[in-house]
Design a binder for this molecule. Structure first.
Ligand code: KG4
Ligand code: ZN
Length: 344
């Protein structure tokens, strides 16, 4: 199967997302989000998300088929996020994928959500097989990976010891009363602020930390520092706080990612996951990678946040690598590391 036609289904959080790819070509990317239903709670409510997936699943698959001009019967394989994520939400996607694969008598690939964030790179860049360092930053996960083969050889160099980067954005956005989900709103607020106004701490970046935990992150101290600053400065400038906080996160993410490239001798960096949509992270990454002569690969912002195309992309890579499909009837797992890209 040289250019397999793959349907990808993603339901790990609040997006019911379906993508279709042919080999490395993106044919459709459709997303139905239940975010508005969660906004008044200030976070995703799992039960609400699961029910929304159930309602949105069939229409979203139909929209993706229409967008791509593909018929269901022409599909070569089905890929689905089997973890990590909200278990009830994952089960809706996995059940739907099991059903489609069974009805069509086609192989099913259960894939890891985190690895598929990195795999989406193959739809927009050449040479996805090239060894790379990956900075994976999402709402529930932050790590630096050394990727030799996205379908089977992924090493974790370090990860957050407390909050994920996206979680830090969301929590600080809440402190600043910016609304939910906080990351993109804070990004926007920061555009009119002074990033040098407040010198917030860069977690685990002291010389002793860089020796003992060079590729680990910590964001909880930064969140506390913002909270203390707000308490001590009742007339604070919101845009300045947003910009200064964002600068601290971006600085430490890139300092450690570039060190990983230099130490491993790998001159390629993929930045993936929802936080990779951050405009300042993309800007500073472009500057620092150019200086360090590292090839930077960041998917377009619409493919950084959760989507179905990334799931189809990892399924397509698994087929190209000759990996066996998952057992039909696979279940879902709420917790699994990015180093295990495919489910059996
Ligand atoms: O990968 P993703 O869509 O879902 C998870 O797998 O978690 O990531 C969502 C996270 C949220 O925390 C969201 O606030 C953050 O990514 N995010 C951003 C931006 N867009 C999304 N954070 C900072 N700046 C952005 N522009
Ligand atoms: Zn994600």
């Amino acid at each position: 199967m040289s250019e397999p036609l793959v349907l990808g289904i993603e339901t790990s959080c609040d997006e019911t997302a379906v993508g279709i790819v042919r080999g490395r070509k993106l044919l459709a990317n459709v997303i139905a989000s239940s975010v508005a239903e969660h906004a008044r709670f200030g976070g995703v409510v799992p039960e609400v998300a699961s029910r929304a997936h159930l309602e949105a699943m069939q229409p979203t698959i139909e929209r993706a088929l229409r967008q791509s001009g593909v018929k269901l019967k022409d599909l070569d394989a089905v890929a689905v996020t089997a973890g990590p994520g909200l278990i009830g939400a994952l089960l809706v996607g996995v059940s739907a994928a099991n059903g489609v694969a069974l009805a069509l008598d086609k192989p099913l690939y259960g894939v890891n959500h985190l690895a598929s964030h990195v795999a989406v790179d193959l739809l927009t860049h050449e040479n996805p097989e090239r060894p790379t360092i990956a900075l994976l930053v999402s709402g529930g996960h932050s790590s630096i990976l050394q990727v030799a083969d996205l379908t089977g050889d992924i090493k974790s160099l370090g990860q957050t010891v407390d909050d994920a980067a996206g979680e830090a954005f969301d929590k600080v956005a809440r402190l600043l009363d910016l609304g939910f989900p906080g990351g993109p709103i804070l990004d926007n607020e920061a555009k009119s602020g002074n990033k040098l106004a407040i010198n917030f701490p860069r977690g685990l970046s002291q010389p002793k930390d860089m020796e003992s935990q060079p590729f680990d992150f910590s964001f909880s101290g930064l969140k506390t520092a913002v909270s203390r600053y707000l308490a001590a400065n009742p007339n604070f400038n919101r845009a300045d706080v947003a910009a200064s906080f964002q600068e601290a996160v971006v600085d430490v993410l890139l300092m450690k990612s570039i060190k990983a490239c230099v130490d491993s001798g790998i001159d390629s960096l993929v930045i993936a996951g929802g936080v990779a949509a951050n405009s300042r992270l993309r800007q500073v990454a472009t500057q620092r990678c150019a200086t360090a002569k590292i090839e930077l690969r960041t998917p377009p912002p619409s493919l950084c946040t959760d989507n179905g195309a990334m799931v189809a992309a990892l399924g397509s890579l698994a087929i190209a690598a000759g990996k066996p499909p998952s057992t039909l009837g696979i279940s879902a797992t709420s917790n699994c590391p990015p180093t295990e890209p495919l489910y059996r």
